[in-house]
Design a protein around this ligand. Structure first.
Ligand code: CA
Length: 225
């Protein structure tokens, strides 16, 4: 998932962004609330993780502003304020979940998965040919057998299945897979695609990834003869 993390504690924010990146998410980190609305307008995020005590304002006000401006993304509030009234207020203003600091990374990741399952944009399973992709469980099966994919390969396949029959541009892959600071080379996408293609062939999936030069990639059914 493409995640926007707003957390003024540099150490915590950078550590979280790195950990979420290792779990296959692309996480951008802001240390102030300013810039958040512009980032949300410019980038197709799937989730926001929001600290409340920010140097330039209260995260609650930022959340209220997001909801007023019809930002419907799921928001997980992270806060050292752990009183009942704080939690109620955070959820009432438009938070989807509330995690009190200190928290365990494993719990944050489980809550991210729970929100991914709930997200209306990913209703249950995606299927294409013999493939079945479960965005909540982060798994793909082919004719009922689970495929062994890396987090990046799964993200590539998810984008292709969600846009099945359409061409997905390399730019779109970049936005979904890499954060602002990633020093990814454009050929990185080609590497993930070619490995994914080999795994699909090996699994005899009957599904191929066609490259349309200069445009991007498209998922297609292939003749198994
Ligand atoms: Ca803070």
């Amino acid at each position: 998932m493409r995640i926007l993390l707003i957390e003024d504690d540099h150490l915590l924010g950078e550590g979280l962004a790195r950990a979420l990146g290792q779990s296959g998410h692309a996480c951008d980190h802001l240390t102030h609330g300013r810039g958040a609305m512009a980032a949300l307008a410019a980038t197709p995020y799937d989730l926001v993780i929001l600290d409340l005590g920010l140097p330039d304002g209260d995260g609650i006000d930022l959340l209220a502003q997001m909801r007023r401006q019809s930002v419907t993304l799921p928001v997980i509030i992270l806060s050292a304020r752990d009183g009942l009234q704080d939690r109620i207020r955070g959820l009432d203003v438009g938070g989807d979940d509330y995690l009190a600091k200190p928290f365990a990374l494993g719990e944050l990741e489980a809550r991210i998965r729970a929100l991914a399952r709930r997200k209306p944009a990913s209703p249950g399973l995606y299927t294409f040919g013999s493939l079945e992709l479960d965005p909540g469980a982060r798994s793909v099966s082919c004719n009922g057998e689970e495929l062994d994919l890396t987090a990046r390969e799964l993200a590539v396949l998810e984008l292709l299945i969600r846009h099945a029959g359409k061409v997905v541009s390399k730019q779109r892959f970049f936005e979904a897979l890499y954060d602002w600071h990633a020093k990814a080379n454009p050929s990185a996408i080609e590497v993930h695609v070619s490995r994914l293609r080999r795994k699909l062939e090996h699994a005899d999936a009957g599904v191929g990834i066609r490259m349309l030069r200069g445009l991007g990639y498209r998922l297609e059914l292939v003749d198994r003869e």
